[in-house]
Write a protein that binds this ligand. Structure first.
Ligand SMILES: NC(=O)c1ccc[n+]([C@@H]2O[C@H](COP(=O)([O-])OP(=O)(O)OC[C@H]3O[C@@H](n4cnc5c(N)ncnc54)[C@H](OP(=O)(O)O)[C@@H]3O)[C@@H](O)[C@H]2O)c1
Length: 228
């Protein structure tokens, strides 16, 4: 059983990942922006010491550093899940530029801030893994242009993850990006392809089998490689 840090466990994919990991016996450190967002079903896991909640906002370096300083021990798997899709006004011909900066701040800079702050904990693990939930919408091989700020933020975080993979290889730390599918969450909408349960179960299967051979890669929720 391992220790997983998952950002944004209050709803959506992060919530379901935490649920699966807790029910199979792993230890979860889950982050929330609002510590009052806890679910009733988590009480027993918190009381038993299996679930620990940390308050942080991935845009706020001070909140991340304070959360990391409050944590002892090691982290085996860090899942950068927290993300935003941003406002409707993100076309190349009509851009909300402040909105674009906000999306980059959360989706691209946020995961890197989290990795840097929790790197000492990852280095204490014998086989640490960093998994960033990206999106196929960021693939440079697609020419689609809707939600271009979101697409650019995911393309950029893929590059950041590839760089981390290179820089952390000698420490034996795996770093990958993953596309979770088009998922029925607040972000994906009710008409999306797959349930949050299907996506999270697939992501856990992928995470379990990751090795250093996979580092720097981009995968989908079913474990197949995706082109950058
Ligand atoms: N759903 C899809 O179809 C789909 C497809 C491809 C990729 N993804 C990616 O999968 C990840 C999870 O998406 P989802 O569908 O589960 O979205 P969601 O239901 O909208 O949940 C987003 C999560 O991110 C957290 N979050 C947002 N901004 C944050 C911030 N500044 N600091 C800390 N936490 C923050 C939210 O916390 P609050 O509750 O506090 O807002 C929430 O827990 C995202 O990275 C998304 O881009 C989703």
């Amino acid at each position: 059983m391992g220790t997983y840090l998952v950002t944004g466990i209050g709803r959506g994919i992060g919530c379901e990942l935490a649920r699966i990991l807790l029910h199979r016996g792993d230890r979860v450190i889950g982050t929330l922006r609002d510590p009052n967002q806890t679910l009733p079903e988590w009480s027993e896991f918190i009381a038993g010491g299996q679930l620990m909640l940390l308050a942080l906002d991935v845009r706020d370096d001070a909140s991340i550093r304070a959360a990391a300083a409050s944590l002892d021990g090691s982290i085996d798997v860090l899942v950068n899940n927290a993300g935003v899709i941003g406002s409707q006004r993100q076309s190349t011909l009509d851009m909300d530029f402040n909105g674009f900066l906000e999306i980059l701040n959360v989706n691209t800079l946020g995961p890197l801030r989290i990795v840097q702050a929790f790197l000492p904990h990852l280095k204490r693990s014998k086989a640490a893994k960093i998994v960033t939930i990206s999106s196929r919408m960021g693939s440079l091989s697609y020419a689609k242009s809707d939600r271009i700020a979101y697409r650019a933020s995911k393309a950029a975080v893929n590059k950041v993850m590839q760089g981390l993979a290179t820089d952390l290889r000698e420490d034996g730390i795996v770093a990958i990006s993953v596309h979770p599918g088009w998922v029925q969450t607040d972000m994906g909408g009710s008409g999306a392809d797959i349930s949050v349960g299907e996506s999270a179960a697939g992501l856990v299967r992928l995470i379990d089998r990751l090795s250093l051979d996979d580092t720097g890669g981009f995968f989908d929720w079913q474990g197949a490689r995706v082109s950058f």
